[in-house]
Write a protein that binds this ligand. Structure first.
Ligand code: ADP
Ligand code: MG
Length: 267
């Protein structure tokens, strides 16, 4: 059984207005347990809307979404968040900057727990768990538990957000251009961390990226979105052997768009 099944998903924004926008157009996708899927596609192709539909931030108009065979189409965002973690592009989105690193970790630790009573007092036992997860990042954050998240750099914050998203193992990890706002070197660092965490926990992951190299290098599968549908789905050896030039060519063939950088790069 697939971990996640999307069948015939449709989403139209601003229905019945002049701005009506049919974004997802009968999208089908089966995600297997342990899949690490890179998602690419031009600006406005519907990539973020796809992840938002899975997380519940967007309510779909038609179709169904099954997680482990159960429909989550009508499940509230907060309920879905017990199984589904997200990391966004903006480093400011993932952490609470008025809280310390350990307080942020404490919030993350509540995910999936029955009681959502946030207590600022962190126990020594909790602290050991947080430290172990932070040490994985190799940024020394485990020694800065009392530091406000506000004092962290963008890369450190994205790393912290990753640690928070995976502190309680999610069934599904959704990454929406989570390195796009970082400088190239920091972006590579966060990608390496992503790979490490995903592999160690065996996480099923959907990662939107505007970086063709990353799309090819990371993950076992690559899908391309065009006009709200998946037009390319490559995995295994075929994906491993793919070059950026071939990928650009595939994009060109499937979108009929001019082969400009903008077409792909502006996720
Ligand atoms: N909440 C929303 N309300 C109205 N329009 C939206 C909303 N979210 C996305 N859109 C529109 O849907 C289209 C697809 O957006 P998006 O999924 O963010 O594309 P991508 O992530 O592939 O660049 C865009 O035209 C965008 O403006
Ligand atoms: Mg997007």
């Amino acid at each position: 059984m697939a971990l996640l099944t999307l069948s015939q998903i449709h989403k139209t924004f601003e229905k019945g207005t002049v701005n009506e926008n049919h974004v997802l157009r009968g999208l089908d996708l089966e995600v297997n347990q342990g899949d690490f899927i890179s998602i690419i596609g031009g600006n406005g192709a519907g990539k973020s809307t796809l992840l938002n539909s899975i997380s519940g931030a967007v309510t779909i108009d038609e179709g169904d979404i099954l997680l482990e065979g159960q429909s989550i189409r009508k499940t509230a965002v907060s309920q879905r968040a017990k199984d589904i973690s997200r990391v966004f592009q903006d480093p400011r989105m993932g952490t609470a900057t008025n809280l310390t690193i350990e307080e942020n970790m404490a919030i993350a630790y509540l995910r999936g727990k029955k009681r959502h009573l946030f207590k600022k007092a962190v126990t020594d036992k909790d602290r050991e768990i947080f430290k172990a997860a932070l040490a994985e990042l190799d940024l020394g954050l485990e020694n800065r538990l009392k530091t406000d998240a506000a004092f962290l750099s963008g890369g450190q914050r994205q790393a912290l957000t990753l640690a928070m998203a995976t502190l309680v193992r999610p069934k599904l990890l959704l990454l929406d251009e989570h390195t796009a706002a970082l400088d190239p070197k920091t972006s590579e660092m966060v990608m390496r961390l992503t790979k490490k965490i995903v592999e160690e926990q065996g996480l099923t992951t959907l990662m939107i990226t505007h970086n063709m190299e990353h799309a090819i290098t990371y993950g076992n599968r690559l899908v391309m979105l065009y006009h709200g549908k998946i037009v390319v789905d490559i995995s295994g050896e075929e994906k491993k052997n793919l070059t950026v030039a071939q990928l650009m060519d595939l994009f060109h063939k499937n979108s009929g768009q001019a082969l400009t950088d903008d077409a792909l790069v502006l996720g």
